[in-house]
Ligand binder design. Structure first.
Ligand code: ADP
Ligand code: TYD
Length: 227
């Protein structure tokens, strides 16, 4: 029931921009859409997000960080994602467990196994129907994220803790994302994020519409399947 779609990629790869545009596009087709994000997405999740992303949070043990990400996610599944899917909605989620595998598993070097085990325990193994992995130029993505975080910091919202990490950290995140995509080619689709916002949007909306038709969430096109 419903359809669960996640967006993944490095900071600044264009996930949030593309998610917003896709949500508007699908809504205009009369679909019921639920938009959420991790960390955040619930009242408790927003508090966890503040804690994890605040650059004043120091000495956070990687396993504590891992546990906080999964606490946030379990709450978001219980409060937002599961009820929306049961109601038949299309759920668009900005980051999910692949982020934890990439950032805590890869970046923080905890490895994939602990992340996948925690996913089973904390999330009941819930898997997205489709994951769009936005891969854009490494340096450009991080520079875009920094500019955006500087803007939000100027508005009083400090979300800069991950920005302190060096290029090696982000290289490990990037490599882990590619590993996940190679391991799960049926679920994870790589999208080239180094094109204009509109071009990327068109590719994503065409792909998602076709998946929604196959899943029966959107009606089949007239004549489709008739030979
Ligand atoms: P993410 O959610 O992946 O961190 P955002 O969607 O917030 O990324 O994008 C980060 C910044 O880059 C924003 O200022 C956004 O307007 C800009 N941006 C997003 N996609 C593109 C693109 N394809 N080309 C140029 N700039 C982009
Ligand atoms: P987000 O707000 O999506 O960042 P951005 O818009 O810059 O892509 O996520 C905030 C940060 O949290 C981001 O640096 C990635 C990190 N993160 C993890 O390390 N593990 C996780 O499981 C999740 C969901 C996010």
């Amino acid at each position: 029931m419903g359809f669960f779609l996640t967006f993944e990629g490095l900071d600044g790869s264009g996930k949030s921009t593309q998610l917003r545009k896709l949500a508007e596009h699908l809504q205009s087709q009369g679909l019921a859409i639920t938009v959420t994000r991790q960390p955040g997405g619930t009242h408790l999740g927003d508090r966890v997000r503040g804690l994890i992303l605040d650059s004043k949070t120091e000495h956070l043990d990687p396993r504590t960080e891992l546990g906080l990400m999964f606490s946030d996610r379990a709450q978001c599944i219980a409060e937002v994602i599961a009820p929306a899917l049961h109601g038949g909605n299309v759920v668009l989620c900005d980051r999910f467990t692949d982020s934890t595998e990439a950032y805590q598993g890869g970046g923080r070097q905890l490895g994939s196994e602990i992340v996948l085990r925690m996913h089973e325990t904390m999330c009941g193994g819930l898997q997205p129907d489709l994951t769009l992995l936005l891969l854009a130029d490494f340096d450009k993505s991080l520079a875009r994220a920094r500019r955006r975080n500087n803007r939000t910091a100027a508005a009083g919202q400090d979300e800069g803790r991950f920005e302190r990490e060096d290029a090696d950290f982000y290289r490990r995140v990037y490599d882990k994302y590619r590993e996940v995509a190679g391991r799960e080619p049926n679920r994870v689709v790589i999208i080239d994020g180094d094109r204009s916002i509109e071009t990327v949007h068109r590719e994503i909306s065409d792909l998602v519409e076709s998946k929604l038709r196959t899943a029966g969430v959107l009606p089949a096109l007239p004549g489709a399947g008739v030979r």
